[in-house]
Design a protein around this ligand. Structure first.
Ligand SMILES: [Zn+2]
Length: 108
């Protein structure tokens, strides 16, 4: 009936190409839901970007890294790294939410 025009929930503007980015975004979503913090596009993409910066470059840099990553995706160590990076990133975003700055500058 509604076909493809039916609105999709949770579709994001971000284009996530790398497996590591998809993993981080999923974890950001999960943690933000758990803690009940703001999950607007600004906050979730800020948290994801911060978390990605905290992760070792080898997870995201080169094409060869992607092959490496596909192996490491199975590993507990990578999961722990992501968990910790996302936790820290979400805490940073809670303390310094940029959506407030946007709102304030729009009001003034
Ligand atoms: Zn927000």
């Amino acid at each position: 009936m509604f076909g493809n025009e039916y609105p999709k929930k949770g579709v994001r503007a971000l284009t996530l190409k790398k497996p590591i980015e998809q993993l981080v975004m999923r974890e950001v979503d999960r943690l933000m839901t758990k803690t009940g913090q703001c999950r607007c596009d600004q906050c979730s993409s800020d948290a994801a970007a911060l978390a990605l910066k905290k992760l070792p470059n080898r997870y995201s840099s080169t094409q060869r890294g992607e092959v490496l990553l596909n192996v490491e995706l199975q590993s507990t160590q990578l999961q722990l790294d992501i968990d910790r990076a996302v936790e820290e990133a979400c805490a940073t975003v809670v303390e310094n939410p940029r959506h407030d700055l946007q709102r304030e500058s729009e009001q003034s």
